[in-house]
Design a protein around this ligand. Sequence first.
Ligand SMILES: [Zn+2]
Length: 79
Amino acid sequence: MSQQQFENFTASSLYCEKCKAAMPVRERLLLILPDKEIYDYLCTGCGSSVGQREVTAGDKMMAQAMAPQRRRRAPVQRI
Ligand SMILES: [Zn+2]
């Protein structure tokens, strides 16, 4: 995964085919696996899924290291 892709995800905006524009997206936890979590990205304009993202344990550790105290938007639900 390249640095550019990572920046796209953190921008919380993805291209939506229905809206024909880059739209703000909502992140929804779709699936929890032993070694990774899969998130679904929903367009806030029309509600359709515009992408998915897999977060591995390594990615989570890196994200936490980069932003240790920031939890202003943390929809992750521990089950
Ligand atoms: Zn849309």
